[in-house]
Design a protein around this ligand. Structure first.
Ligand SMILES: Cc1cc2nc3c(=O)[nH]c(=O)nc-3n(C[C@H](O)[C@H](O)[C@H](O)COP(=O)(O)O)c2cc1C
Length: 136
């Protein structure tokens, strides 16, 4: 299976999480790309079987959390995702509000089935993500 992981990271945490996610998918035999939102080509990413998009959490820590503008722009720029699986993720310190459902809604509008919404307090993917990534 082809997996495309795209992230927006300000200080490296989300990049590190994205790379760890990529390593987990490679362990189950997937072909994985891990790129930042500025590097990734939306048309290429749209061709993957599984599309994972992640952002650091931006907001006022306990309110008004959102994905970065670059992340939302990237999500909007993806093509038709009918038949594709998708995952959204973020790293955060305190609270993420409704940012993950809002990211997922864009992917669902494009036809993807969003299989997971994961938040990581730091750069280490959580156990529920690892369980998802180890299933085929
Ligand atoms: C300007 C700014 C706003 C932030 N707002 C939030 C927030 O609303 N909620 C939260 O849990 N973390 C918030 N954070 C923390 C970051 O989302 C968190 O440290 C993240 O892991 C950083 O990822 P990065 O290293 O990939 O940039 C904020 C950080 C910054 C710099």
């Amino acid at each position: 299976m082809k997996v495309a992981i795209v992230y927006d990271s300000r200080t490296g945490t989300t990049q590190e999480a994205a790379r760890a996610m990529g390593a987990a998918f490679r362990t189950r035999g997937d072909e994985v790309t891990v790129q930042s939102v500025s590097e990734a080509d939306p048309a290429e990413v749209s061709k993957a079987d599984l599309i994972c998009v992640g952002s650091w959490t931006q907001g006022l820590f306990i309110i008004l959390q959102h994905a970065t503008r670059a992340t939302m722009r990237f999500l909007e720029s993806l093509g038709d995702l009918k038949g594709k699986e998708a995952v959204v993720f973020c790293t955060y310190k305190l609270a993420t509000g409704s940012m993950l459902p809002r990211m997922a809604a864009v992917l669902e509008r494009k036809g993807a089935r969003v299989a997971g919404q994961y938040k990581f307090k730091g750069a280490t993917p959580t156990g529920d993500f690892m369980t998802y990534a180890s299933s085929s």
